[in-house]
Design a protein around this ligand. Structure first.
Ligand code: BES
Ligand code: MN
Ligand code: ZN
Length: 492
């Protein structure tokens, strides 16, 4: 698995600046303002920094844009990265600048020299998120990513501020790894094993196998996995950092591969369905983050792990299954499997934990990509206050999220002639009818948010904080939500 390379915060030293090999990165204000260490760096480089920041090309840069001077005169470094930042940048501007610098520096060892009003911990965090790579299957001996050092007048303070960010980076890396790994490497058994390993950081992990789920009546979930050679599991991860209050529950769809089943998908792009466990991966990453930063809250993660395969024993279109709740479901399309998995996972979570709120995450519908593209996840909720708190957190973390409706006339679209409900409502409002299906498995009193992350979980292009592939969308937003709504006496 890819381990984050965390920053070392060091005091300002001209000697180190001069001798550092790799990339040295500095920030400059909109008018080319430099701080004391960068002014000294300017002298060592015979004025190349001031020449650049007072030039036309610098005036044309937008905040966050970087310019590379290579090789820089007077330094041992291979390159000097100059990053333009606003005079009073927001935390997110700073995080983004760190990420842009990391992208510009590639795998080189990196020395950050943040300017005035630039939080070194925040900038380092952006760089760490962006330095993620998934290259373990490249057999060419590729260069390892180098160290990350950050020069600051108050290294201890920066180190303390980085503490929770370290936990967040670890969580995001875990989520991305789980999503990026192919299904022959992380199937249901290996996924459950990875989750079991999280006991070492203080999570209580329990795993229900098929026999136990059969006893509990989880035929909706089990029906999805019955065509696969890999066994289905329901895994719960508990973090008890609070008092005796009811927990927040976070539930994830963990389809390790989605062929569509008997309603098989076309060949084009089917390989992307290795990422159909993205919801479960966010749950795993979030729980890791909460445990590592010893969050003062009770949070339980639940994931349904299945593989959706076509087979002689696979579920058929037209089958009618009974959920743990007792509601019967007509399976119109075996490719609408995520909601079947979540139906039982959600009901089980409420029966066992009586949570104060539930958030589920799932790569649930292609329709959400048609609606919102890759910019925002679809947000569905039965509780305006809870939903607003979530959207505020997402905004602060700049993870795209957009609320969609449930209720009203949408319910009738999933009525079944033969059973209580059917698992698809046809093409119109495909993401909404999927959410509507889930809502049926939420108790009247339970505040609930459903996140359809099909468009944001995995990207074909680089994004601000990740190279192409898994993004880890959701870990930072839900971590923030936990901090702000479920932790007592926590600061930001
Ligand atoms: N896993 C897919 C949704 C998906 C599509 C995720 C693209 C990521 C990228 C889901 O199980 C699915 O197949 N949904 C169907 C539902 C339909 C049959 C009602 C879809 O969206 O086509
Ligand atoms: Mn499907
Ligand atoms: Zn799916």
């Amino acid at each position: 698995m890819a381990e984050p390379i965390h920053p070392e915060f060091a005091p300002i030293s001209l000697d180190e600046l001069t001798r550092f090999e790799g990339a040295v990165a500095i920030t400059a204000g909109p008018q080319g303002e430099l701080n004391a260490p960068t002014r000294r760096l300017d002298r060592i480089t015979q004025g190349i920094v001031t020449r650049f920041v007072s030039s036309e090309p610098h005036s044309k840069l937008k905040p966050g844009d970087c310019h590379i001077i290579a090789p820089p005169p007077g330094l041992s470094a291979e390159s000097l990265v100059v990053c333009k930042v606003d005079s009073r940048p927001t935390p997110n501007d700073v995080r983004k600048a760190g990420a842009r610098i990391a992208k510009a520096a590639g795998k080189k060892s990196l020395l950050l020299v943040p300017g005035a009003y630039v939080d070194p911990a925040e900038m380092a965090f952006g760089a760490v998120l962006r330095r993620y790579r998934f290259d373990r299957y490249k057999t060419d001996p590729t260069k390892e990513t180098g160290e990350l050092r950050v020069m600051t007048s108050a290294p201890e303070k920066a180190d303390a501020r980085y503490r929770d960010k370290r936990a967040a980076a670890e969580g995001v890396y875990l989520t991305r790894d789980l999503v990026n790994e192919p299904a022959n490497v992380i199937g249901t058994v290996a996924f459950a094993d990875r989750l079991r390993e999280l006991t070492s950081i203080g999570l209580d992990v329990s795993i229900l196998d098929e026999t136990r789920m059969e006893e509990l009546g989880m035929r909706a979930l089990l029906g999805v996995g019955q065509g696969s050679e890999s066994p289905s599991f329901l895994v719960t991860l508990e973090w008890k950092g609070g008092g005796d209050e009811a927990p927040l529950a976070v539930v994830g769809k963990g389809v390790v591969f989605d062929t569509g089943g008997i309603s098989i998908k076309p060949a084009a792009n089917m390989e992307e369905m290795t990422t159909d466990m993205g919801g479960a991966a966010v749950v795993a990453g979030l729980m890791k983050t909460l445990a590592m930063r010893r969050a003062r809250a009770n949070v339980v993660g639940v994931v349904g792990l299945v593989e959706n395969m076509p087979d002689g024993r696979a579920q058929r279109p037209g089958d009618i299954v009974k959920s743990m709740k007792g509601d019967t479901i007509e399976v119109i399309n075996t490719d609408a499997e995520g909601r079947l998995v979540l139906a039982d996972a959600l009901w089980y979570t409420q029966e066992r934990f009586s949570p104060a709120g539930i958030i589920d995450l799932a790569t649930l519908t292609g329709a959400i990509i048609i609606g919102l593209g890759h910019e925002a996840a679809g947000v569905f909720s039965n509780d305006d206050g809870f939903c607003k708190a979530f959207l505020d957190s997402a905004k602060t973390e700049t993870e795209g999220a957009w609320r969609m409706p449930v209720g009203g006339g949408y319910e009738k679209l999933i009525k079944s002639g033969k059973a209580d409900i059917k698992n698809t409502g046809g093409r119109p409002a495909g993401s909404i009818t999927a959410a509507q299906f889930l809502l049926r498995f939420i108790g009247k009193e339970t505040p609930w948010i459903h996140l359809d992350i099909a468009g944001v979980n995995n990207l074909k292009t680089d994004s601000d904080f990740a190279p192409k592939g898994a993004t880890g969308w959701g870990v930072l937003t839900i971590d923030r939500l936990v901090r702000q709504r479920f932790e007592s006496g926590a600061d930001d």
